[in-house]
Design a protein around this ligand. Structure first.
Ligand code: COA
Length: 383
């Protein structure tokens, strides 16, 4: 039997690796049939009701929710790392103002590796230090990026504020209200982790070569940027920029659907029922939208939900409400995907460490479908 026959007989390529089980994890489970998301044994709604973002990160990194003492120590370390090397601030200043925040975030996270004293150390202690630093630095990058681009001074974190509240403070320059803090912490928690999605897989592939955490995170960031993955929340909010008032919603959405276009922020590849994250974030979106200046947006969003359900039977996904919540928090639209990435950084870091702890180089194979048995002709004899 020649090589050609062996290859043809035994290989079946699974496009997109759909339904391929590519590893074991204790980090999360996505149940698309019943619409459940489980983080390390806990239903997401349990955590949403009883834990903060930092507590959930601790859970995914350590397998257990922290005690009060453990959380306090974790929080102190996290907030202390919410600052950037001056060289990275300079890099932000030098970047073209037109650069998308996701491009700048990916480049800056890669650069941070060159300033991290633990970059090449894969011991548990160094990985914990780097994970805390990276989680703190990515969100600081987004806040500082915005301040630098606005010509405003960057702000230091306030040790009295929680992780999410600190970001809003460092971005906007004022302390967020209780309702704003609750909504933003939940938004971060809901974007933290979602199984072996494309960016998490990319981060694990890089980690499986025993490359460093910054490199693996950079792979995750580059992968999340693609329009088939992150980015829907930025485009979901476009709907409300393209209509003048609620009376134009029906025509606009029906027009989109009649032209076969997709309404951003609706539908999901895995969830065959309602996205559990959308259900939780919707409550917060409507609480924030009680503000008079957001009443029209809420009314329009509710009409869009109704119409897409009536016409297509499709539920909104987390990105629909994520766009609304971020808009209500005063976060400029170009930063929406970058904020998703900052939350997911904690999930990627959990996966990178899980990969290091029980590593096997991820190296699948492909089904060769090119020609065989060709003869190489010297260059001057080729037609
Ligand atoms: N708007 C309008 N119609 C949609 C839709 C949407 N957002 N999402 C799916 N559909 C329709 C498809 O057109 C198709 O209709 P048809 O059977 O009449 O042709 C049907 O639903 C099934 O679509 P399919 O492409 O098989 O669904 P999918 O599971 O592959 O798609 C997404 C999943 C996420 C890619 C898709 O829902 C989408 O593009 N959503 C918008 C982008 C988005 O919000 N992404 C963030 C996901 S968290």
């Amino acid at each position: 039997m020649n090589m050609k026959n062996q290859t043809m007989e035994h290989v079946v390529a699974i496009r997109g690796l759909e339904n391929v089980v590519a590893g074991e994890t204790k980090i999360s489970y996505v149940d698309g049939v019943d619409g459940r998301l489980i983080y390390a044994g806990y239903e997401i709604r349990e955590l949403a009701a009883h834990a903060s973002f930092a507590e959930t990160v601790y859970l995914l990194w350590h397998g257990e929710l922290p005690t009060r003492e453990q959380l306090d120590a974790f929080h102190i370390r996290l907030v202390a790392e919410m600052r950037l090397p001056s060289q990275v601030i300079e890099m932000i200043k030098l970047a073209p103002p037109s650069a998308h925040p996701m491009d700048l975030l990916r480049t800056a996270v890669s650069a941070l590796g060159m300033y991290d004293p633990d970059a090449a150390d894969r011991s548990d202690e160094a990985c914990e230090r780097k994970a805390i630093r990276l989680l703190a630095q990515t969100i600081t990058l987004v806040a500082d990026m915005h301040r630098v681009r606005q010509g405003l001074p960057v702000l230091s974190a306030d040790t009295k504020l929680g992780f999410g509240a600190n970001f809003l403070y460092m971005l906007r320059g004022d302390s967020p209200s209780e309702a704003e803090q609750t909504a933003f912490e939940l938004l971060l928690m809901l974007h933290l982790e979602h199984g072996l999605n494309a960016s998490t897989f990319a981060a694990r592939v890089t980690a499986s070569t025993l490359s460093d955490m910054h490199a693996a995170l950079t792979s995750g960031l580059g992968t999340l940027k693609g329009p088939l993955h992150g980015g829907a929340s930025e485009r979901a909010i476009d709907i409300f920029e393209n209509v003048n008032d609620i009376d134009e919603i029906d025509e606009y959405i029906e027009g989109m659907l009649n032209e076969g276009k997709r309404v951003m922020g609706f539908g999901h590849r895995v969830y065959k029922t309602e996205d559990p994250r959308a259900r939780l974030l919707r409550e917060q979106a409507w609480i924030l939208c009680q503000r008079t200046d957001l009443a029209e947006l809420a009314a329009q969003a509710k009409r869009v939900e109704q119409l897409v359900m009536e016409k297509k039977g499709i539920y909104p996904n987390v990105d629909f409400y994520s766009g609304i919540v971020q808009h209500a928090l005063g976060i400029p639209k170009p930063y929406f995907t970058a904020i998703f990435a900052c939350a997911r950084t904690a999930g990627w870091l959990a996966h990178i460490r899980e990969q290091y702890a029980d590593n096997r180089l991820i190296r699948p194979t492909s089904h060769y479908i090119g020609p065989w048995d060709k003869v190489a002709v010297p260059i001057d004899e080729r037609g």
